[in-house]
Design a protein around this ligand. Structure first.
Ligand code: ADP
Ligand code: NI
Length: 220
């Protein structure tokens, strides 16, 4: 990255830290900073423009429907646009960032693949933060925030929900593993993403095996 680009990334990191202050849905600033680090690591293997990868990573959640009280449908990228304008990011780059941010979120079965390589990378990095040990922690934190039970053997998982059903879903957090987290490895866009996802998915499967063993008292 050019020196000026490094400065913008640094400034946006500070913005993001104050933006997500107090979040307890698993979308705190550290989530965004991990996505940034993972994206740049994937970018080094897969190519693409590191500055575009960095800006899109930093802004990928600032207009998320779960975090921002009221997303105005006529102005869906208000925060991202403001932050980029304030940093003097060029109009063509802003366009690319918004096309990435608009296409990466997982909403039930609605899995739009980003068109740009940089978007594929940021989407992989965001999904990688939802799996593995951190993914497990985030799932239970988010479930607690929403009031979901840890596990309820009487409710069966429902993979393949459309977006409306997914948003209203009141299932257990354990079901979320079958409805989303264990599916993410198969949705990775890049080779490097798949490599990292494979290990993190094994970690979750082991966790679930242990969880059921304890739940059923098989380890006693
Ligand atoms: P989504 O848009 O699918 O909710 P996010 O990446 O924004 O995806 O989700 C943020 C974090 O919250 C992720 O770690 C995700 O696994 C977790 N999460 C989302 N929905 C649920 C849920 N219903 N139960 C538990 N965790 C959830
Ligand atoms: Ni995210």
């Amino acid at each position: 990255m050019k020196e000026r680009e490094e400065e913008v990334v640094q400034a946006l990191k500070e913005e993001v830290k104050s933006f997500f202050k107090g979040d307890c849905t698993g979308h705190d600033a550290y989530h965004t900073l991990r996505v940034l680090k993972t994206s740049l690591s994937i970018q080094r293997k897969e190519g693409g423009d590191p500055f575009l990868v960095a800006v899109a990573s930093l802004l990928h959640d600032v207009d998320d429907y779960k975090l921002v009280a009221q997303v105005d449908p006529s102005d869906p990228f208000r925060n991202a646009e403001r932050l980029m304008r304030e940093q003097g990011i060029s109009a063509p780059l802003q366009e690319k960032v918004l096309s990435i941010v608009g296409s990466i979120s997982f909403k039930g079965t609605d899995t739009k693949a980003p068109l740009l390589l940089e978007g594929k990378i940021v989407q992989d990095a965001d999904r990688l933060d939802a799996i593995g040990a951190i993914g497990i922690a985030r799932a239970f934190a988010y479930g607690g925030h929403k009031g979901s039970p840890l596990h309820d053997p009487s409710i069966k998982p429902n993979p393949g929900m459309d977006f409306e059903t997914y948003k209203k879903n009141r299932g257990s957090t354990v079901n979320h593993f079958y409805e989303k987290l264990l599916l993410l490895e198969g949705l990775m866009n890049t080779e490097e993403g798949r490599r990292i996802a494979s290990h993190r998915t094994e970690v979750m499967k082991e966790f679930l095996d242990e969880f059921y063993a304890e739940w059923e008292g098989r380890d006693l």
